[in-house]
Design a protein around this ligand. Sequence first.
Ligand code: GLC
Ligand code: CA
Length: 560
Amino acid sequence: MRKKWWQKEIVYQIYPRSFKDSNNDGIGDINGITEKIPYLSKLGITMIWICPIYKSPMVDNGYDISDYDDINPEFGSLEDLDYLFETAHKYGIKIMLDLVINHTSDEHEWFKEAINNPESKYRDYYIFKEGINGNPPNNWRSIFGGSVWEKVPDEDMYYLHVFDKKQPDLNFENPELREEIYHMINGWLEKGLAGFRIDSITFLKKDQDYSSLPADGPDGLVTCKFKTRNRPGIEKFLHELKEKTFDKFDCVTVGEAPGVQYDELDEFIGENGYFSMIFDFKYADIDVESGSDWFKRTNWTTKELRNLIFNSQEALQKVGWGASFIENHDQPRAVSKFIKNTKYQNYIGASALGILYFFLRGTPFIYQGQEIGMKNFERDSIEAFNDISSIDNYERSLQEGYTEKEALNFVNLRSRDNTRTPMQWDSEENAGFSEATPWLALNDDFKTINVQDQIADSNSLLHFYEDMIHLRNDSRYSNTLIYGDFKADKETQDNIISYYRISDNENIQIIVNLSDQNEKIKLQSNDIKVLLHNYKNTKLNGTDINLRPYEALVIKLNEI
Ligand code: GLC
Ligand code: CA
């Protein structure tokens, strides 16, 4: 693969509502991000991705856009954004924004026109269908629960929403709508963005028969994925999108592309693929059978996780490049999800996970707070949740016959609010996030888990992340760690995840004991150099290493 500029980036994902509140209204904002650019620079971050900051009624915290060309007032203004760009630029940090084009808010002018004036061209910007005998057009279930169809008042017509009813889907079959979207995208790229993370992009194409399928739940509905996600015909839309926008710029595009199979990766991220890279959710979602049905929990093992990671890496390596992540704003905190023994949900567990994913072949993404080991926040009643999909999943779990206690447990384990609590900057009031009460309750562990304390402690996870970034990007091993081939080590004991990064003259091994047991691993050489380690000293015994619980290391093997 030819080298691309975005392969060597270290991306930090910002959930703007919860990052830093600069004007003390309890809501994080753009000036808050600007304030923390020096912090991110010190950490070694080279690019940030900011979740949506466009004008929005905030039903889905910005993933419901009512004006693509303006900023939501609670986040600030276009001038604030310019100032953020300028500041970030001074620190050598690039900026990616979120691009949400599968749907808008129902408060977007286009949608308002579509509803108020059925004869206007805007009606065809969305997907409207007639009801059948007073019922919705079919039995598809939306990702956030309930029918994908919402009735239009005073008409026997329904509009389609794959997500919330306040997020009507755009009709990509309409060429005029597509052109408006391309125009908007190019306008943003001309401002000097590094690129976009592209939301829910595999939902653009819907099966045009709009037919029902056999129900898959007691609600009589069936997940809309089978008819709306990565469906035949999408290639035309994605190809045109790329050609008319991204191709004109040297930008980076990261697709949120659930539903893409490994044998289709070439079309998505190959040399002429639609995107620079896509997120692969197969191992992030190991704890649930499907990303959206939280009551379908699995009893996963380290060996299964290892196989998923290896399969993903091997598939990506064949055709292109990956986006490596263990957390985002839709996932629980990684330490809470992947470290089964709560005793190790601390520096040790978090640093093991760090080593595990950070040196995979791909561009690493760090989600805000991951670098200090923030954890899930357990809530004791459903009223304490803000996230719409948590509330929906709670109700669906009850419908499936689970008790309230069980339903609450599923939501606590998986809620998107887990990663949306305010960033923990210090141990003062509201964790230094704001002087006002934050829009979403803080995790009460901020007195012990916060940035300020970890800056002061040279053995903290924060400094460990700095070390990982340094090793990957600015050390004599960078070439191998960034561009080297990935090779799985399939010979280890089941609790160990080990792989190699290999270049012409170097072989680096990443070893993680992802368990609370002592384990042994046999090396190919006893002449090694430890490059990074989450325990103090290595227990090397000839070519054997005795690994302690969640022990993880990066080593250079001197003989291949
Ligand atoms: C993506 C976003 C998620 C949002 C959904 C609908 O999955 O990551 O936060 O709710 O799309 O836009
Ligand atoms: Ca604010």
